[in-house]
Design a protein around this ligand. Structure first.
Ligand SMILES: [Zn+2]
Length: 188
């Protein structure tokens, strides 16, 4: 009996993997993903997060149509980003579940990828770099405006009254806080 060659994540024969309904899974440190890490902002004392991922080969052949090799890619991790409200680091869960469809050549892939909304369409290859694809998908899934649900610190420019309790230190300003209020109410 001929033993099947093991599928290599860095050098995956997509058609063979899909036909065999192969499955690969693993853990990979976020720090090892250079392009993804560039956009991240982890605090020095934060534990190094891992990406937990799996890839599953899918194969269907609609009647009278070309066979359709597909790859379902799932991953989850935690990423440190800069909160756009308080500018402090925020840890956010990142999760992907993408199905990629493979077609014979680049031109067809480009044309179908435009039309398709649900699936990404790529050209079939015998040497897919799965870790690079995984990194691409994680980068695409990053939130555009990362924010804390509730920021840990109040913003320096909000929540406090404009006039400090001890009076206004500015020499040009009226001497008493109430004078400011009076002026404000007169303007209305
Ligand atoms: Zn925040």
């Amino acid at each position: 009996m001929k033993k099947k060659a093991a599928h290599q994540p860095g050098h995956l024969d997509v058609a063979a993997f899909a036909r065999e309904r192969g499955r690969l899974e693993g853990m990979q440190p976020v720090a090892g993903m250079v392009r993804l890490s560039e956009g991240l902002d982890p605090p020095a004392d934060a534990p190094a997060p891992q990406v937990q991922w799996s890839a599953e080969g899918l194969w269907s052949q609609p009647l009278g149509d070309q066979p359709q090799p597909k790859l379902r890619l799932r991953a989850q991790t935690t990423v440190w980003l800069t909160c756009q409200r308080c500018l402090q680091p925020v840890a956010l869960p990142l999760e992907i579940d993408r199905t990629l469809r493979f077609v014979r050549d680049e031109d067809e892939a480009a044309r179908l990828d435009e039309e398709e909304e649900e699936e990404d369409v790529l050209a079939l290859t015998r040497a897919l770099d799965l870790p690079a694809l995984l990194e691409d998908e994680l980068i695409l899934a990053l939130p555009i405006v990362p924010q804390h649900e509730t920021c840990p610190q109040a913003l320096p420019w909000s929540g406090e009254p404009a006039v400090p309790p001890g009076g206004v230190p500015d020499v040009d300003a009226p001497e008493h806080p109430f004078a400011v209020l009076k002026q404000l109410s007169r303007k209305e």
